[in-house]
Write a protein that binds this ligand. Structure first.
Ligand code: THU
Length: 132
């Protein structure tokens, strides 16, 4: 069921630029109209300037005019020993830019876990919190 999106995320992983950590991540967003957007982690010698794979994928999706309601699922894959889950910054970003109940498919090629943003970031800070 998730084989295709996982395969595309592994294609994206091949483009990871990770000379510092050596940890490669790929992501693929699938939109409801069938379009896919890929991202890989892109590191920087100024480590904090690194951009994660899933953020690059969802930003590419939005950069092409798609919005929250259009996102059907995301796959995030890595080459670690265990399944990698999104970092805290990515959880914050994805919880705003994706529906909270759509599949977030995580895989390291050996194991796969399907979750969603509600599970990954309960009680998220969001736009409602800015109302004064
Ligand atoms: N990384 C991601 O691409 N996504 C995550 O959610 C976790 C971390 C990347 C950032 C960095 O290039 C490397 O993995 C190690 O932290």
């Amino acid at each position: 069921m998730y084989d295709e999106i996982i395969a595309k995320a592994f294609e994206a992983l091949k483009n990871a630029y990770a000379p510092y950590s050596g940890y490669h991540v790929g992501a693929c967003v699938r939109c409801r109209d069938g379009r896919y957007f890929l991202g890989a982690n892109i590191e920087n010698a100024s480590y904090g300037a690194t951009s994660c794979a899933e953020r690059n994928a969802i930003f590419s999706c939005y950069s092409n005019g798609y919005r929250k309601k259009d996102v059907e699922m995301i796959a995030i894959v890595s080459d670690g020993e265990r399944i990698g889950t999104p970092c805290g910054i990515c959880r914050q970003v994805l919880s705003e830019l994706m529906p909270s109940d759509v599949p977030v498919v995580l895989s390291n090629g050996k194991e796969t876990l399907v979750t969603n943003m509600q599970e990954l970031l309960p009680m998220a800070f969001d736009s409602e919190d800015l109302i004064r």
